[in-house]
Design a protein around this ligand. Sequence first.
Ligand code: FMN
Length: 175
Amino acid sequence: MNAELNFLWRRRSVRAFAGVPVSESQIRSLLEAAMAAPSACCRDPWEFLVIREKGLLKAVADCLPNGRFLADAPLGILVCGDIRRAHAESLSYLLQDCAAATENLLLAAPALGLGACWLGIHPREERIAALRSIFRIPEFLIPVAGIAVGVPEGKSAPRTRFDPAKVHDAGEWTL
Ligand SMILES: Cc1cc2nc3c(=O)[nH]c(=O)nc-3n(C[C@H](O)[C@H](O)[C@H](O)COP(=O)(O)O)c2cc1C
């Protein structure tokens, strides 16, 4: 693993958090990183809901079968996309833009002494509906992903999942 890319290898899903709050300046930096992501035609259709309150974190965790641990995180971020602003009003572009923003935020977390985990929402209709009702999210805003954030409780080893079998020479697929 190339040491210059350590910022990539250090991004690991963190699901257990120390009881330390995330500061407002860290939140700002995470969101700046998210909004530095590429976006089709620079439409930036993303909207970020910042969840700091314990009761709300628990309510969101209850909607996410694989994200129960959000209830014990100090911070949650809900990444939504505005279909009206997405390039060509396309759901695919909206999802790609929001995924890029989510990944940027996840990559920024370790650099700020934080850990984070992507929480799957889209395309699970029941999760989307439950979140819409908690936050009264209008139809044009589509919940895409949740992110649990906090100071990691333990340490995860940096790694890559590089697999040479996934790499193809352009000639390989030519008939
Ligand atoms: C679209 C998507 C949805 C995910 N949803 C969840 C989730 O709901 N709960 C969870 O604990 N991890 C979730 N993850 C994180 C993956 O489980 C994790 O990235 C994968 O196991 C690789 O581990 P790493 O992130 O530590 O490299 C999700 C990742 C993606 C990209």
